[in-house]
Design a protein around this ligand. Sequence first.
Ligand code: NBG
Length: 799
Amino acid sequence: MPLDTTPRIDEATLRAEILRHLNFSLGKDEAHASVYDWRVALSLSLRDMVIAPWFASTRATYEKKGKRVYYLSMEFLIGRLVEDVAVNLRVEETAMAAMAALGQDYATVVADEPDAALGNGGLGRLAACFLDSLSTLGIPAYGYGIRYEHGLFEQHFEDGKQIETAEDWLTQRHVWEFERPEARYEIGFGGHVTEEGGKSVWHPGETVIAWAYDTPVVGWQAKWANTLRLWAAKPERIFDLESFNRGDYEGASQPETLARTISRVLYPDDTTDIGKELRLKQEYFFTAASIRDLLRRFDSEGHDIADLADKVAIQLNDTHPAIAGPELVRMLVDVYGMPMAQAIETARGSLAYTNHTLLPEALETWPEDLFARVLPRHFEIIREIEKSHVEAVGGDVRILADGVVRMGELAFIMAHKVNGVSALHTELVKETVFADLHAAHPDRIVNQTNGVTPRRWLYSCNPPLRKLIDGTIGTDWPDDLEQLRKLEPHADDAGFRDAYQAAKDENKATLAAWLKERDGTVIDPNAMFDVQIKRIHEYKRQLMNLLETVALWNDIRDDPGGDWTPRVKIFGGKAAPGYVVAKEIIHLINDVAKTINTDPKTRDLLQVVYPDNYNVSMAEYLIPASDLSEQISTAGKEASGTGNMKFALNGALTIGTLDGANVEIREHVGAENFFLFGMTAAEVVARRDVPDFARKAIEASPRLKRVLDQIDAGAFSSSDKGRYGSLVRRMYEHDYFLVTCDFDSYFEAQRVVDGAYRNREDWVRMAVLNTARMGWFSSDRTIAGYARDIWGVDRGDGV
Ligand code: NBG
């Protein structure tokens, strides 16, 4: 869509609006306003501008009575919103000017906003990108999730070890949301089920109230705005006066404490299953509230419940909301009086499920007794669902097996479409976790390769490159990203390459200044910035990156006069608090950094930097400034990755395995513009069968052996020489993710990278081609795919 250049607001008017909010919404006068006050005043002024498109979109949707999309997700990793909204409204420059006229530094004010971390990593950030694209495409949609009081924990390092503290984004007012006291539902848990007149009646043992908070989500150029509705849990009765009067003050607040626990914290585990009752309650709480809410909306339009699938598309983001299947069936049977068989079919017509992982431990299961205790009626319904499935297709796929409820099977059976998140992942889903179900339903699994929103992940986070692109191919690309192809011929233009390099240099300088200010860390902007940012997980193999770092350090020390390519290795990421091995890896990274960074022999050639508390805002600094993107997971383990897309779009070259979306990125940018190494997914599986494969790999690689010996001997932990003994032993004995087997191939690929970086002209040409060819990875393309293949909805009329 061409850029709309009509000014939405002029600087003087916006300035007056900001002052008005400062005075009347915050009760502050200019002379005493803090950064917080300015930030809130600016945010409220921008929020006002979202209201008209938001109302218009809602009105259009009600008038059309068309199909709506409901995206149910336990996580929305939205990050800061001021800039996001300013960019989508296309007023960011006006806002900068207005703040400057008011004597405020825009960047400081924007950075004051807490980074809303209602998610762990890729899954939650994908949901946030999808919201942006749904609005940009004008598809009527709601995001549904939980309004956690505490988002993802804050990470600190103490003596190199990860320490977690609670995150507190809601201690300040969340300026973007609107409380909706009228949208409230009673959500039950526990109790028992009785038969009354041939009908099942669930009598919950406890209930909490789901209370809605709405945040408008405005799309590109404000042509459309959808709603993110987050549920907070509140007690039915805030206060028990009887207890209070007896002098039992603690008991008096008990109902509130219990209820609020449900929306208190985001579980910090991103891939492993946790058998916690509270987690099950969280999942049911937000799913049930969302189903009730969408049925209320459906009913208010006067449709026949049998036509639900014509009007309602519910997307389950992973298995966390998989209870939506039985809950919807329960509503249809117990409340609407529909026969069970028809209810199951009707629910399936609306439901679709996205799988995000093949790691077996990440496919949720609940002990049957726990499940039956918390959700007795749903347990009965799951038996019915299982029975009807067996009757329909035969076979022996079970939802209830080995004493657990298997949420993956439940989600699959209750969905009319199941999708993987990259081409390779989707094939592996068919061949492995859901092989039997795929055989029974060969048309059900489809692929929708992930994408990222170019508004945040290029336009907003990388102004130098954005301006260069605007000046070269025009301004229509942010919602039509394939237009970046027009940059391709410029890869051969030396003048353009210089400008492209200048943009990268500017970003690198910005990052260096930011790190210096934040942590006092000084890095050399002339060195290659080699970056791995993501959750710390064994399969992502941060450890392999670190072992390569030590090997390189050894080589430089052996030959200090050699022709080395200076590098800054940057790590970022959190480990789940209970994930001991991941925390050990963090400790080792910090220990190695301490040693290497103080070595006068290598200091100018190799540096290791690990800023704590990686989050969306840090990614916005790091990605535009990166030269090399580390996407080095064990093949077959990373479902897709989305960071990999952000890096390539911003002109970092990838060193990576044939895993997840790396495969498709390489196809798009060209094999010659991607540093490939390592085993394929099939080779990985075969190698695990070779007896003692790790020991053999280590013995065949003197370079790796030397590094492991050093770590084992305490070269990086002189105060506690045995610290990493067990880690090194594990490398020999249980190297499930094949760090040892891919090490040499990785080390060699890194030396190819070194050589390539020294030939700056070719390097920049490759980087330009990466940017030019990444257009396909816009989440607009992904969402258009879901709309076409899964939801059966069109782009909205508003666009
Ligand atoms: C993650 C995968 C990533 C993928 C994102 C988004 C989970 C359970 N899965 O590879 O590990 O990019 O989902 O699809 O968080």
